[in-house]
Structures are given as C-alpha cells and as structure tokens.
Design a protein around this ligand. Structure first.
Ligand SMILES: [Ca+2]
Ligand SMILES: [Ca+2]
Ligand SMILES: [Ca+2]
Ligand SMILES: [Ca+2]
Length: 458
C-alpha cells in the first residue's frame, strides 16, 4: 500500500560502542538510483515506503544511503518484489446446482459452466476445476473454464438423475478449494413406442407384432366384449410420452375399442352367413409424446358356429343385504372371474329382474365397462324383501383349444340368477298401542308388586 512502511533498516557503526543512535543518522534514497521516484525513506528512522503502486512480481532495485553526523556514508542495495498472499478461497455462485438435461446421445457436447470466483490475483486467484466423484458418469469438466461437458448415451428410462461434486482449487500456496454439489435431472424424451403385451398363448407372427387370437360365436350380439389388448410404453413421463391410447386401424364399423382400456367389443351382430367368418383387426397403440409414436398389432377374431348353451348351465347365487345399505354398491363383480383364465373376458347382460315392477328395475344397473352389477338405490324391506336378478354371463376371448365346452368352440354362456334377500334392520321406532298418556286407576288397597297394567307396543 502506498506510503505504508515496507520495513526499517537496521544499522551498526563500528565507531560506536553503544547501540547506534539513529537520530544522529540520516537515511536517503541514493541520488540517481533506479526507481528513485517509486520509493522514499524517512531520513530519521530509515523506514522505507512506496510512493506509487508497484507491479506484482516485478523486482525493483534501489540504493539506500545512510550518513552519520561526520558525513561518513554507506549505501545498501535493496531488491523489492511485491508478491500477493493467498487470502481468499474460490467461491461458487451457489453451493448446490439443480440442472435439467434431456436424455439422448451426446458427443462431447457443452452443457453449462459451473463457475467459481476467487478475489485473489495471480496464481492465488487462478482456478482449476475438477469432478471429484469416483463414480463414472458421462460428464467431465474443462479444468480451466468450468464448462461441464457431456459425452455418451443418457437414458431416462435407466437413470433419473446424476449427482456430481465439482471442486475449484486455486493455484496459490498453499492452495485453497471449494466444492459445489451438482444434481442433473434427466428429462424424458419420447424415444420409446408403445409395445403390446403378448398375451399368454398369443402368437408372435414373423417375430414382429404379437397377434391376439380370439373366437366369437355366430350370432354374438352388439356390445359383446371380445378381448382386451394392452400395450405399455417405457417412457417415463406417464402424462405424455408414456401415456398410451388405443384405436382401431380397420373394421371400425364392426368393432369398437375403448380408447383408454383397450377393451374391444362388437358393434354389430356377428353373422357368418352374411358377413365374414374371420376378422383381422388392426389395433393401434399410440403414445402422447411429441411427435407421437405408434405400434400396430393384429387381433384375429374367428366367428365360430352358433353355440347353444346348455340349459343346465344355470347358476344360482344368493346374498343377503341389509335394508338401507349405503349405495351404490357392487353386488357382483366378474372382472377377475377366474385367475386361471385371466386372459378371458366376461360380458354381462341383464335378462330380467323379478319382481317385474318399476321400483325393482330401477335399483339394479350394469356397469358400462366392467362386468359389474350395481345396486344403485337402498333397499327397503317393508317395501319388498327379495329380488331375483337374471344375468347372461358370456366368457369370451377364449382360444380354440378350450376343452371346457367344446360344443361352443371356445365360447361359453350361462345364466346366473342372483337371489337377493333383504334383511330387516330396526328402522321403525316402537309405538304405544294405547292412548298416550296412559291413565290407570289403582285402588289404595293394592299390595306392592301387584301388576298395574300391561303396555302394548307395536
Ligand atoms: Ca485464492
Ligand atoms: Ca430412453
Ligand atoms: Ca424416454
Ligand atoms: Ca413413448
């Protein structure tokens, strides 16, 4: 710093026996010395100081003269070099960075600069960057600039994020260092097309797409569930890139597919004589990414000879329900009809409800999508204490190798009668049969314990 003391000269005088008295000496910069204008010396104390700012690391040579009261003098050659002390450690803008990087293939691509600052100058402020984690990652850092570089393939379906520790070290002696925690979240790209699940027994034709194969009997009515196809998409963003919807790529006049569930059902009555005995439906599964990706599969539907179900195939099932039970409530759910035939679909249709009265008809409803029977309004035992719901249960989606009912060539149908008994619960308060208040006249001679009156309640 200008004008502050750089040091004080110590002197000895061989003429003196006691310590030199500096007040009898006079210090000066030797006239004509190099850099005379940059330095000064206090004549009495010998304290050397800067008159002007100096260049870092430059060596300045000056001659300092000392003279005693007798005029004797001597000269000292002084070399001065200004060096800086490593005072400051590197500082990152933040100790924690959260960054986003799309998945993909990278070839030495520059990503972002993780920069630190050091207030020192020279080597003390010159920084070297490094990633100090031992775990291999597709990232490296330019050691001079802090520029983060990514190289290689990053798959969001494999790795959700990377965590790095970046260190900045100055070149001072001793060096000072700081660290920053860097988390790089990998964002999803739509790099996967939906893939159809191959049903057990499904055929992978030509090693390409799964081929679903089902059969329906001739005369199958409109609205019959045929099969449910399912495709999955490996992409991580389930709202867009991994969100799968379905449509038919052919035969839209004969069949329909539920956009969300993949359930295929008939739109028209199956008729071998007038129409076809085999349909090869193209089913398209599409994701919601940008751009979208699609996969096509084939559902082969074979229309077999009419099946006349065995009249004996009629099942009875009985349940008891409390009156006033909260509704809606599922009375019958055949969604998972039989685990051993999980690829099979069940279709329910309502044949009739007994008694055939309007209040009975309105209480029972079939689900629009699933094979589920709902009770939609509470029951009142005082109104009616039993119902019978007759349902047709169709098991479709079975393959031709079914042995359960060979007559129906893989298609089965039965009548299921659900008998419902309504249980009484105590929902009517008791009422006194007699007039209220009850007035009883008791003679004064009545002994204790004598029955006075029996109160009837209905
Ligand atoms: Ca420093
Ligand atoms: Ca991927
Ligand atoms: Ca992806
Ligand atoms: Ca996708």
């Amino acid at each position: 710093m200008v004008n502050s003391s750089l040091g004080v000269f110590s002197v000895e005088d061989k003429d003196e026996t006691s310590p030199v008295k500096t007040d009898q000496l006079s210090f000066s910069i030797a006239p004509g010395t190099l850099h005379e204008d940059l330095f000064g010396v206090v004549p009495e104390s010998g304290s050397l100081y800067m008159k002007k700012p100096l260049q870092l690391e430059t060596v300045y040579l000056i001659d300092v003269q000392i003279r005693d009261q007798h005029g004797l003098h001597s000269t000292a050659n002084v070399a001065i070099q200004l060096t800086e002390v490593n005072l400051h450690r590197p500082m990152f803008n933040s100790s924690h960075y959260e960054l986003l990087l799309p998945e993909g293939d990278y070839n030495e691509s520059t990503f972002i600069t993780i920069e630190a600052f050091d207030e020192d100058r020279g080597d003390n402020g010159r920084l070297v960057y490094s990633i100090i984690d031992s775990t291999p990652s597709p990232f490296w850092i330019n050691q001079k600039t802090g520029l983060l570089i990514v190289n290689g393939s990053i798959d969001r379906e494999q790795t959700e994020f990377f965590r790095l520790t970046v260190q900045a070290t100055d070149e001072g002696f001793p060096p000072l260092r700081s660290r920053a925690d860097v988390v790089i979240y990998i964002t999803d790209i739509n790099d996967n097309a939906p893939q159809f699940d191959l049903p057990s027994g499904g055929v992978n034709e030509n090693g390409l797409q799964p081929l679903y194969s089902v059969s329906l009997t001739d005369g199958t009515p409109p609205g019959t569930a045929v099969i449910r196809v399912r495709a999955t998409d490996a992409d991580a963003d389930l709202q867009t890139n991994g969100n799968v919807t379905y449509r038919l790529g052919s035969h839209q006049n004969q069949f329909t597919i539920d956009k969300l569930t993949g359930s295929i059902s008939t739109l028209v009555k199956m008729d071998r004589a007038r129409s076809e005995s085999e349909y090869n439906l193209l089913v398209v599964a599409t994701d919601d990414g940008t751009p979208r990706q699609s996969t096509v599969s084939v559902v082969r539907i074979t229309i077999t000879e009419a099946c006349h179900p065995d009249p004996a195939a009629r099942r009875q099932q009985s349940i008891t329900l409390d009156e006033n039970i909260p509704t809606p409530i599922a009375l019958l759910n055949l969604t998972n009809f039989d685990d051993s035939r999980s690829e099979e679909l069940v279709h329910l249709s309502l044949l009739r409800i007994e008694p055939n009265w309007p209040d009975a008809q309105s209480r029972f409803k079939l689900d629009h999508v699933e094979p589920v029977l709902w009770l939609t309004e509470p029951l009142d035992r005082e109104l009616r204490d039993s119902y019978s719901v007759h349902l047709r249960v169709q098991h479709s989606g079975r393959r031709n190798n079914s042995t359960r009912n060979s007559k129906c060539a893989g298609f089965e149908e039965e009548e299921l009668v659900l008998n419902i008994r309504v249980a009484d619960i105590n929902d009517n308060p008791p009422i006194f049969a007699d007039q209220n208040p009850v007035i009883v006249v008791v003679p004064s001679s009545t002994p204790i314990g004598f029955p006075v009156i029996t109160i009837a309640v209905i």
